[in-house]
Design a binder for this molecule. Structure first.
Ligand SMILES: [Zn+2]
Length: 185
């Protein structure tokens, strides 16, 4: 996609919205009061607000490869803190997806040096390889989400400030478009 194409897409977006509601952006500039904090994989096929048809202003989103909760990640901690303390979100959602390339790379032992630190974080949420009866990639993606839900529950920011804020985990099925909740069940 060339930058001219991005510009054109944006102009169409503005026209469509203004045709429905001429004062839309005047309202939007007043501020945000999102109900959800979303942690999603960066995969280009799984954009949270697109797959859930959420209008602007409803979701505060943090994305990284394989939707990881990493305590040492200052960017994630700051997003979580801001969402809970300043935006008063009511729900935290960890959203993984089938066919996750990050989970696959971690499981299959990718050796590219630039990826190793991040893949080590992903591996912490996956089972040990036993050499027989291995889980499928999609089962691993689910285990990854459940592991990140657990990490989120243990995250210092959540423990200190997250009282009453619900956590859930879900999987987006890229092959059907379905969003399946896997925590709580
Ligand atoms: Zn992914």
């Amino acid at each position: 996609m060339k930058s001219a194409e991005l510009k054109k897409q944006n102009e169409e977006f503005i026209q469509k919205i203004k045709a429905q509601d001429p004062s839309y952006f005047d309202e939007l500039k007043k501020g945000q009061t999102p109900e959800y904090f979303l942690l999603s994989c960066s995969d280009s096929r799984v954009s949270p607000s697109v797959i859930m048809q959420m209008p602007l202003g409803h979701m505060f989103v943090h994305r990284n490869i394989a939707n990881q909760v990493v305590e040492e990640d200052e960017s994630f901690s700051a997003s979580l803190y801001y969402a809970i303390l300043h935006l008063n979100v009511k729900k935290l959602v960890v959203k993984g997806h089938t066919g996750c390339g990050g989970v696959k790379a971690a499981w299959e032992g990718n050796e590219e040096p630039e990826l190793q630190k991040w893949l080590a974080y992903i591996r912490r949420g996956l089972p040990e390889k036993t050499g027989g009866g291995e889980p499928t990639l999609d089962e691993l993606s689910k285990l990854n989400v459940l592991s990140q839900v657990e990490r989120l529950q243990q995250h210092p920011v959540y423990r200190q400030y997250g009282k009453g804020v619900e956590i859930s985990g879900c999987i987006f099925h890229v092959e059907t478009g379905e969003l399946e909740q896997i925590y709580p069940t």
